[in-house]
Design a protein around this ligand. Structure first.
Ligand code: 8YV
Length: 321
């Protein structure tokens, strides 16, 4: 079977994959153009796309032999799963293996924006540090603060031990509430979305991007937050209305933001670039060697299962049967 990877993967993954299939790679170190993607999928059996690849009706129409879309990533908002299901094409993802690395990036952004390390580094690099000063870059307190988790999937849950390590109180809101015994075990408290926004010192977003969560955080939600609070986004950019965020950061409606994801990646709302109270990373959530190998291995597990006629370990559209 022909398996097409839209981007390169690390050697241990490629070495395992190429043993049991005809592995084909995008030769360029960049995302495929739409035309290149439509051409590449013409005679392949399995497509392994990445976040920036939009896999929609037009792609399925062009990929007449397609038997599986094995997404390299846990989020699959880049794939029209309904269209795949209508054509009986299974879609798989890579859950679990990137939760810790993504929580690490959320934590890095949280620490950095609160303690202003980005500003500090820029000051030093610009040769602007004139010596110790009692009010230089005073930040927000992390230890003992309240962390609000909006969404409590695997990555949201991975935030809890980190917060506990900093003696933080953890409150959460999720579409479905956990059992009280599970809340007690994790040491977290369920609150309404509004109460979370109004009381948390750090609001960290962990909902998936679906139509209902697009612009979940906009003007009204930012206004509910405390002027001393911070917003952390490591899920998907469109969950936050970036223009509303710029306005809130400019007017000190909130104290700052830590962002790993953006509404129109790789474009960043120009207003954000001019602001000091935002710490940004270029979608690095899963970007560790170990994590990317594990993600790749899950992709390979799913390809191997399809080729050997076994059930797919990470099927997201079980309706295909
Ligand atoms: C990836 C991600 O970097 O897994 C996800 O949902 O956003 C990231 O881990 C990206 O999807 C790579 O394809």
């Amino acid at each position: 079977m022909k398996v097409y990877l839209t981007r390169l993967m690390l050697p241990p993954v490629l070495d395992r994959l190429k043993v049991f299939c005809d592995m084909q790679l995008n030769p360029n170190d960049r995302t495929l153009t739409r035309e290149e993607l439509l051409t590449a999928v013409r005679d392949i059996d399995i497509l392994v796309p990445n976040g920036p690849d939009q896999i929609d009706e037009e792609v399925f129409e062009a990929a007449k032999r397609l038997k599986l879309v094995a997404n390299f990533g846990v989020g699959y908002n880049n794939i029209d799963v309904d269209a795949a299901t209508r054509r009986g094409i299974p879609v798989t993802n890579t859950p679990g293996v990137l939760s810790e690395a993504t929580a690490d990036i959320a934590w890095a952004l949280l620490m950095s924006v609160a303690r202003r390390t980005g500003e500090g580094e820029r000051l030093i690099r610009a040769n602007g540090w004139k010596g110790w000063s009692p009010f230089l870059l005073l930040g927000g307190d992390v230890t003992g603060a309240t962390l609000g988790l909006l969404g409590l999937g695997r990555i949201g849950k991975a935030m809890i031990p980190r917060a506990k390590g900093f003696s933080m109180k953890v409150i959460y809101w999720n579409r479905t509430r956990l059992e009280p015994a599970e809340e007690a075990r994790l040491g977290i408290e369920y609150v309404s979305k509004e109460a979370l926004l109004a009381t948390a010192d750090f609001v960290s977003l962990h909902v998936a991007l679906v139509p209902e969560t697009r612009h979940l955080i906009s003007d009204a939600e930012l206004k509910l937050m405390k002027p001393s609070s911070y917003l952390i986004n490591t899920t998907r950019g469109p969950v936050v209305d970036e223009k509303a965020l710029v306005a809130a950061l400019k007017s000190n409606t909130i104290a700052g933001a830590g962002l790993d994801v953006f509404e129109n990646e790789p474009a960043v709302e120009p207003g954000l670039l001019a602001l000091d109270n935002v710490t940004m990373a270029p979608h690095l959530g899963s970007a560790t060697v170990g994590t990317r190998v594990k993600m790749g291995m899950l992709v390979v597990d799913n390809c191997e299962a399809l080729i050997h006629g076994k059930s797919l370990p990470n099927l997201v559209n079980p309706e295909v049967g």
